[in-house]
Structure formats: structure tokens, C-alpha cells
Design a protein around this ligand. Structure first.
Ligand code: HEC
Length: 129
């Protein structure tokens, strides 16, 4: 029964109390994410086929990078990225786009706050339904 020793269990408990956002970090809030998305709106919409400086992010999760229909301004780097966007790789890309994919031309510094990233990702998941 006692697989985890008592001091370790206690340490884990303290961690969970001190850093709930660390333990429950996967929980994005789509309503907060809509606010975060204001930072993206100058260049992106979430409407199908409506592109600005950046491609529409309608149903971006589950889509192959660099393939929004009708968007002509992709960099070679994005066209050749080859990944399917999911919560995990979006999290990495949005933290620091230039570092995640050198040569991509999204002129955005990134979202440094992890909760902001989870929130905006969960907003993008929501609007796709
Ligand atoms: C100043 C304009 C600008 C802002 C602000 C911006 N983006 Fe972008 N975004 C772009 C451009 C341009 C591209 C295309 C990059 C390329 O082809 O290299 C892009 C590409 C993307 C892609 C890849 C899309 C695809 O079809 O593969 C995602 C995802 C993305 N942006 C998400 C975001 C999110 C989320 C935010 C806000 C937190 C944001 N962007 C803010 C301009 C912007």
C-alpha cells in the first residue's frame, strides 16, 4: 500500500498547495483565453477563411502547420514545418515563435505566461466546435 514514503507524500502535498497552477496547469480557461486572444487579433481571426496578416486560426488545432486554405503568405519554414498543431506544440510555439521555428515570420514576441498560453489554446479549441 505505502508505495510513496510519508515525507515525500507530504512534500507533494505542500507543492500542490503552493503551486496549484503547476499541478493543474493543463486547465486552460477559454473565457480568459478570449482576452488573451486580443494580442493575436491584429493579425488573426477565428473565422473560417478570413485571413489578415496571419492566417485564420479557425480549427487550427488538428490542422497541419502552414495549410490554412487561401492564405498565401506562409514562410517556407512554416510550410515545411510538417507538424499537426496540438496543445503541446502550440504551447511551445506560442512561448517563443522565433525559437520554436526559426525562419517563421510571425512578428510576435510570444506569450511568456504559461497560463496565458493554456487559456488561449483552450479558447482556440472552443471556437473550433
Ligand atoms: C503581428 C502579427 C501577428 C500576431 C500579433 C500574431 N501572429 Fe500568429 N502568425 C502571424 C503570421 C504572419 C503567421 C504566418 C507565419 C509564417 O508563415 O511563417 C502566423 C502564424 C501563426 C500560427 C500558425 C498557423 C498555421 O496555419 O499553421 C499560429 C498557430 C499562430 N500564428 C498563432 C498566434 C496566436 C495564438 C497569437 C496571439 C497569442 C498570434 N499568432 C499573434 C502573425 C501574427
Amino acid at each position: 500500500m505505502i508505495l510513496i514514503s510519508l515525507p515525500i507524500r507530504f512534500t507533494l502535498l505542500v507543492w500542490m498547495l503552493l503551486f496549484p497552477s503547476f499541478v493543474f496547469a493543463q486547465n486552460g480557461d477559454p473565457i480568459a483565453g478570449k482576452n488573451v486572444f486580443r494580442k493575436c487579433q491584429a493579425c488573426h481571426t477565428v473565422e473560417n477563411g478570413k485571413h489578415r496578416q496571419g492566417p485564420s486560426l479557425y480549427r487550427v488545432i488538428g490542422r497541419r502547420a502552414g495549410t490554412a486554405e487561401g492564405y498565401k503568405r506562409y514562410s517556407e519554414a512554416m510550410k515545411n514545418y510538417g507538424i499537426i498543431w496540438d496543445a503541446n506544440n502550440l504551447n511551445i510555439y506560442l512561448e517563443n515563435p522565433k525559437k520554436a521555428l526559426p525562419g517563421n515570420k510571425m512578428p510576435f514576441v510570444g506569450l511568456k505566461n504559461i497560463q496565458d498560453r493554456y487559456d488561449v489554446i483552450s479558447y482556440l479549441e472552443q471556437v473550433a466546435k
